[in-house]
Design a protein around this ligand. Structure first.
Ligand code: KMH
Ligand code: ZN
Length: 277
């Protein structure tokens, strides 16, 4: 049992436009540079969405493979590909993300309203993704946008078994319009519900926009881990745009050290998550 903090950086996402957020890393070079900077200041996992030549969200299989290879050769970060993509991506392309051979992939545990859109995650799709990850030794991060999705995860594990590596790790994504709010009360409710999941289940949490700091501070205090990055937050403080993903990771690391739970190295994070070295 570690007392350190796993810090995941989610640098890009699928929602912000490069034109609106010039610091957003959208090319492979920008992503690799971001990854190195974030590793240097305390990140151990990178949650990756890629963009095409027009900076639009993409699940292009060739580009995904190149991205995994480039991140592996330039950093020691655990590479977690998003299987969520954008709300417009078809299930087939989302499943095919696993073909790029990442260490981890996200697996969202239910359908949720997502602003004016719907982020579709049918039960059959979730089972397919979970099973394929088991077969390929890809470790999931179960994305939880609402409390009930933890009960869906309990059902998934009961019916279809533990994930690759045997360790269960979830990420609470809090403050999406349509999902749970980014409040301490909601985070504590999620943490309580983890008692129904396998012993040793770990969690990280991320707050969208103005929920960033309340969620970060609550998660640290509650013994949880952290996800930060420009996928979730493009404003550092009121009226102050985020300058870089490393700025957000550095702030998270500083809070983690103050809490006497310093950032885990990528090696320590692999150990925690059940990912082979
Ligand atoms: N872009 C959202 C629709 C994930 O990466 O798995 C989905 C998302 C979750 O970001
Ligand atoms: Zn994502």
């Amino acid at each position: 049992m570690t007392n350190g903090t796993l810090i995941t950086v989610a640098p890009t996402g699928a929602e912000s436009a490069k034109a609106d957020v010039p610091a957003l890393p959208v090319t492979l070079d920008e992503l690799v540079a971001t990854a190195k900077e974030c590793e240097a200041v305390g990140a151990s996992v990178i949650h990756v969405h890629i963009r095409d030549d027009d900076a639009q969200p993409s699940l292009d299989p060739v580009r995904l493979r190149e991205t995994v290879a480039a991140l592996r050769s330039s950093t020691d970060l655990i590479v977690q590909l998003s299987s969520g993509g954008s709300v417009h991506d078809p299930e087939s392309a989302r499943l095919a993300v696993l073909d790029a051979g990442p260490d981890m992939a996200s697996c969202t545990m239910g359908t949720v309203n997502f602003g004016d859109d719907v982020f579709m995650n049918r039960w059959e799709f979730i089972v397919g993704l979970h099973t394929r990850m088991q077969e390929r030794g890809v470790v999931p991060e179960y994305e939880i946008f609402d409390l009930g999705q933890l009960w869906a995860l309990q059902r998934l594990l009961d019916k279809h078994g533990l994930p690759a590596g045997g360790h269960v790790h979830v990420d609470f994504v809090m403050g999406v319009p349509g999902g749970m709010p980014g409040t301490p009360a909601a985070l504590v409710a999620c943490q309580q519900a983890l008692r129904e999941l396998p012993d040793g289940t770990t969690f990280s949490a991320t707050g969208i926009g103005r929920f960033t700091l309340p969620v970060l501070l609550t998660s640290l205090g509650a013994g949880g881990h952290l996800r930060v990055g420009m996928e979730d937050t493009v404003t550092y403080a009121k009226g102050q745009p985020v300058e870089s993903n490393a700025q957000l990771v550095a702030r998270a690391s500083a809070f983690a050290r103050l809490a006497q739970r310093p950032p885990l190295t990528p090696g320590e994070a692999r150990n925690l998550l059940g990912i082979p070295p």
